[in-house]
Design a protein around this ligand. Structure first.
Ligand code: SAH
Ligand code: SF4
Length: 355
């Protein structure tokens, strides 16, 4: 039977308060429910031992507590990275990844099923756009892992919005999800622990700058001149580099916050010292940091990962020009923890079964 109940994680605290007072409950009741969800990390109404049986039953009748059905789980060989594929009520698939690194427990979460931006090297882009996730569907990815970690006496420490989808194409739901996880009476994950990565939607970068949040911003650059960037990231035709960089400079001026630029190193495409020098010139004087990641090869794109030596040389060229740069190892490459790859594999498998 199709789900008709509202997903409870789609509500913010005032909305939950409005519902519960309309049921004749006292004002403090919503906070009890809120804390049950976001502090005690209860996953079904039956666990709410602080509520009457009658109220638990009403919650169950009116709200769904689960939109994400966990399916395939992949673990990296070192066991430190876990990726879970979830099925949504409409059978679309998304994924979220947990990465353990020293004391950090970082989640990489999705904001859309598929993506409309069509970046040629990206498995999610290759799928096309399916739909936006609701704020609650974004939140539930975090709750899922938070519950698991709690059983091991651990907690989520950081969240990167770098899974499937373009978060600034689903701006409101993404920011609403962060607000929900950030709420002091709930999970209370500090704003600085979040990083949103965008392909570079300029109007949304401006809007985000206006909001003056403590959330970190990352921009996927991948090329330092327009023709190359447009061939890799079609959105560059609409929002070309100089305009994008101008918006980034405005952001840094307004917020005083450093921007991270992401650069997937593709062998012989954007991994040359000349390209590094072009990038350095573009970023000159900007409060920023560059993260380079060797490309994670995908089926529908012929590009290859750069070598480690060339990645080191690329970073050295940036450092020489005074631009801080770090090579990120792609964690969980053996479990296809690259953007969108698990869901694509799954789609392919079911397509081949069907046809
Ligand atoms: N849509 C947002 C966030 C999700 S993608 C964005 O594009 O920024 C997260 C990061 O993974 C982006 O920097 C993206 O360019 C990068 N990425 C996508 N596919 C990749 C691949 N095959 N190899 C390396 N990085 C990839
Ligand atoms: Fe979308 Fe980001 Fe993939 Fe581009 S890299 S297609 S914006 S998810």
């Amino acid at each position: 039977m199709p789900e008709t109940r509202r997903l409870i994680y789609d509500l913010d605290l005032p909305e939950l308060q409005a519902v519960l007072t309309s049921w004749g409950e006292p004002a403090f009741r919503a906070k009890q429910v809120w804390q049950g969800i976001y502090r005690s990390l209860w996953s079904q109404p039956g666990q709410f031992s602080n509520l009457s049986k009658q109220l638990r039953e009403r919650l169950d009748a009116e709200f769904s507590f689960q939109a994400l059905k966990p399916g395939a789980v992949l673990q990296s060989t070192d066991g430190e990275t876990v990726k879970t594929l979830f099925t949504l009520p409409d059978e679309k698939a998304i994924e979220a990844v947990l990465m353990r690194y020293e004391s950090r427990r970082t989640l990489c979460i999705s904001t859309q099923a598929g993506c409309a931006m069509g970046c040629v090297f990206c498995a999610t882009g290759q799928m096309g756009f399916l739909r936006h996730l609701s704020s609650g569907e974004i939140v539930e990815q975090v709750l899922y892992y938070a519950r698991q970690l709690k059983e091991q006496g651990e907690a989520v420490t950081n969240i990167v919005v770098m899974g499937m989808g373009e978060p600034f194409h689903n701006y409101e739901n993404t920011l609403a999800a962060i607000d929900r996880l950030n709420h002091p009476e709930g999970m209370n994950l500090g704003a600085r622990r979040f990083t949103i990565s965008t392909v570079g939607l300029i109007p949304m970068i401006r809007r985000f700058a206006e909001e003056n949040r403590q959330v970190n911003l990352a921009i996927s650059l991948h090329a330092a001149e327009d023709s190359l960037r447009s061939s890799l990231l079609p959105v560059n035709r609409k929002y070309p580099l100089l305009d994008l960089l101008a918006a980034c400079r405005e952001y840094v001026e307004k917020t005083g916050r450093r921007i991270t630029f992401e650069w997937a190193l593709i062998r012989d495409v954007n991994d040359t010292p000349e390209e590094a020098r072009r990038l350095a010139a573009l970023l000159k004087g900007l409060l920023c940091h560059v993260n380079v990641i060797p490309l994670n090869p995908t089926n529908k794109y012929r590009g290859q990962a750069t070598t480690h030596e060339r990645a080191v040389a690329f970073c050295a060229e940036l450092e020489k020009a005074g631009i801080p740069a770090t090579i990120r190892i792609r964690r969980g490459i053996d479990i296809q923890a690259g953007c969108g790859q698990l869901a694509t594999e799954n789609q392919r498998r079911s397509q081949s079964i069907e046809g």
